[in-house]
Ligand binder design. Structure first.
Ligand code: ZN
Length: 446
């Protein structure tokens, strides 16, 4: 295959420790241990998909056997050992994917492999991806070899699910937890790759890719691939185009929607939601985005757009900032809790679209309750809430109050009709004898 036609993730697969994106601390420590000849019997690389586990495993294998030594590890003109590792035909290396080979027979293959000394290289290396998929008996067989391996045998394991690996295995390995790659680093890396590939993609669009790939280098490269394929006639691919390609909808429409809810406008609220739904957004995704937007509205004062924040683009940031000034933060807490409660319930609903519409309508109702526009029973509840305001000095109390209030709102929801009970004296405080007389006279007049 022509190297230029390869997908980016393969084309830019890291070949040396320096090229491992976002894992520099781990890379340095492994490099030093090999250079100082303090090589463990087994390595265990743990981390999310696309964090560089398999790449790290291959680099370690190459570093252990490279004809030029770890300090001059091949980067371009590969030695025989490195070349055969890259091509996957090195006879001293056995690479298996435990996702497809889980039986004890597969481990026997390993035992057979480990019986003889390496033919050409320094070490025989057993690389096993997704090692947590091994069966119980396979682990037992593996453990025997792992307990007392011959000096020429090294193990390199990789896994996304550490909890499924027996501790007896883990404790015999040198463990490395590969972290999610941080946004800033991933952004710089993608810009570099884009330039190497002569891509024409705006920084805002690349930031969206960073956000969507959630710290996975491989995911980010495959998204970049898609973005570059969509470039037309050398025109720059901007944020709007990227959002379309990845089926991502802008937060700004949710910000508008929240504004309409807080304004109590049912028509506009539903119109906005239907336009989001029509664009193909799943109701559950919508609720999660809604929740996230509420978080930003509440906390925007503590967030800076200093190039490190990739969750919001400039436009969204400004919009949230200006709306947050008009909102009572207490309302946001209430709405956040209400949304969260609904998110818990959405999975048991068949028609999730209708469920979210009802959720939005009920949110409007929630706001009306706060404004005290509804019947007297709720008016009383509102008064009670306001009377308690003075004691709500710390946040914990405020939060509890919000939760309690929410519970009551939900109870109110259950009562379909509330009889209009007019009680003139309700809410009137009488402190002096004069006030009592005045109130008595007022009552007589009506
Ligand atoms: Zn080499």
């Amino acid at each position: 295959m022509d190297i230029n036609s390869k997908v980016l993730a393969l084309k830019y697969r890291p070949q040396t420790f320096n090229q491992l994106v976002g894992q520099q601390v781990i890379a340095e420590s492994i490099f030093n241990s090999i250079r100082n000849n303090k090589i463990p019997n087994a390595y265990m690389f743990l981390g999310i998909r696309g964090s560089g586990k398999t790449s790290a495993a291959r680099i370690v294998a190459k570093a252990l056997n490279c004809e030029n030594g770890v300090e001059n590890l091949c980067t371009k003109n590969f030695c025989n050992s490195c070349k055969s590792i890259i091509e996957g035909n090195n006879i001293d290396i056995l690479e298996i994917d435990a996702a497809s080979k889980t039986s004890v027979d597969d481990v026997r293959e390993l035992i057979e492999f480990s019986r003889y000394k390496p033919t050409s290289a320094k070490y025989k290396i057993f690389i096993c991806d997704e090692v947590h998929m091994f069966s119980k008996s396979a682990f037992a067989a593996l453990l025997k070899t792992l307990e007392e391996p011959p000096s020429y045998l090294k193990f390199i394991f990789a896994s996304t699910e550490v909890k499924k690996i027996p501790v007896t295995i883990i404790s015999r390995c040198q463990r490395y937890d590969l972290s999610r790659v941080n946004s800033e680093e991933l952004f710089k890396y993608l810009v570099k790759i884009k330039d190497l590939e002569n891509g024409n993609i705006s920084n805002e669009a690349i930031k969206l890719i960073v956000k969507l790939s959630e710290g996975s280098v491989r995911d980010s490269l495959s998204l970049l691939d898609r973005a570059m394929l969509a470039e037309k006639d050398g025109n720059e691919l901007d944020l709007a185009a990227a959002q379309k390609i990845f089926g991502y909808f802008e937060k700004s429409i949710i910000i508008d929607l929240i504004e309409q809810i807080l304004n109590g406008n049912e028509d506009n609220t539903l119109k906005l939601f239907r336009s989001i739904y029509k664009s193909g957004v799943e109701p559950k995704v919508f609720l999660n985005e809604f929740l996230e937007t509420l978080y930003y509205l509440k906390n925007i004062d503590f967030i800076n757009l200093d190039g490190k924040n990739f969750d919001l683009n400039d436009k969204e940031f400004e919009k949230i900032k200006s709306l947050s000034k008009k909102i009572i933060k207490k309302d946001l807490l209430l709405l956040w809790q209400f949304t969260f409660n609904n998110l818990e319930k959405i999975d048991i609903i068949t028609n999730q679209h209708q469920f979210v519409e009802m959720f939005l309508i009920r949110s409007l109702y929630l706001k009306k309750i706060l404004k005290g526009k509804t019947n007297s029973k709720i008016e009383g509840f509102k008064n009670e809430f306001n009377l308690d305001k003075n004691k709500l000095e710390n946040k914990a109390e405020l939060y509890q109050e919000t939760v309690d209030q929410l519970k009551r709102v939900e109870q109110e929801d259950k009562i379909e009709t509330v009889p209009e009970v007019k009680n003139e004296t309700q809410g009137i405080q009488i402190n002096t004898f004069e006030e009592l007389i005045q109130n008595f006279r007022k009552g007589k007049r009506t």
